[in-house]
Design a protein around this ligand. Structure first.
Ligand SMILES: O=C(O)CCC(=O)C(=O)O
Length: 262
């Protein structure tokens, strides 16, 4: 699938683009079935709800052992990590060729999977999981430049009730001061200048099989899940081949997969 000039301009301006019904329901359900098996069996590496909320910037930038449930009594999984190697179905989705031309256009480069980041099944457990504050994914990633985007696949419907993704269009091109972020680098909702920016947010209701591609600097957040069913999504990150992970950081500690040019 190739983007039209208008779609490419829209991505450049807004920092995200939604493809409705990109992956068929049957494929989504097959992925979901395996994801649920891994979630129910707590197959490591996982990030727990507690870990998601409490890790420091230093931890998120440097530590490469993603196993995290060991010391917790009651584990709530927030995400399954390192999913590329967990199942051929997961790998197949991350190497999907239909989306590749669009990714090549957006990155203006060959597409490379970064298994260090957002190589995840992301969950939002009913009532328990916290809302996710406004943030840029790039804040914990260490690369030579910002040419990275994430590909979010809704494995089921995502709405205001279960934790819809919200974006601030154009925020990937805005310049912020350090004081606009809190100590964990969330975009502070109480900062005066931020309040105006946050008013421009858009919510992206998604149906099973919809895909969102969004820029690594785009501010986004998500609600709590107030339904009785887990929200389960698949998210992975790609970068341009010219974008290099900085040696000695977590970003450089996991394999990169160069995807064939289509
Ligand atoms: O809470 C969510 O579903 C969004 C999570 C997210 O954006 C992230 O972890 O980067």
């Amino acid at each position: 699938m190739k983007l039209s000039d208008a779609q490419l301009q829209q991505f450049d301006k807004d920092g995200f683009i939604v493809f409705k019904a990109f992956l068929d329901v049957q494929s989504c359900d097959a992925i979901l079935k395996v994801a649920k098996e891994h979630l129910e069996a707590y197959i490591e590496p996982i990030e727990t709800e507690m870990g998601y909320d409490s890790r420091s910037k230093a931890y998120r930038t440097e530590v490469t052992d993603y196993s995290s449930k060991a010391e917790e009594k009651e584990v709530v999984v927030r995400r399954l990590r390192q999913v590329y190697d967990r199942s051929p179905l997961f790998k197949k989705w991350m190497e999907n060729e239909d989306i590749r031309p669009a990714l090549e256009q957006i990155l203006h480069d060959n597409v490379v999977l970064t298994t260090a980041h957002h190589n995840s099944i992301m969950t939002k457990m009913p009532h328990i999981s916290s809302a996710t504050g406004w943030h840029q994914d790039r804040r914990y990633w260490s690369y030579s430049d910002d040419n990275l985007v994430s590909v979010w696949l809704a494995l089921d419907d995502e709405t205001t009730e279960n934790g819809v993704l919200e974006f601030i269009p154009g925020s990937h091109k805005m310049h912020f001061k350090p004081e606009q972020f809190d100590s964990k680098e969330y975009f502070s909702e109480s900062h005066d200048a931020n309040k105006k920016i946050i008013q421009t947010k858009v919510s992206t209701d998604l149906a099973k099989g919809d895909v969102v591609i969004f820029h690594s600097l785009l501010l986004h957040r998500a609600n709590k899940n107030n339904t009785d069913k887990a929200k389960i999504s698949f998210v992975y990150t790609v970068k341009g081949e010219k974008t290099k992970a900085k040696q000695g950081t977590r970003s450089a500690e996991f394999p990169e997969i160069i995807l064939k040019k289509i």
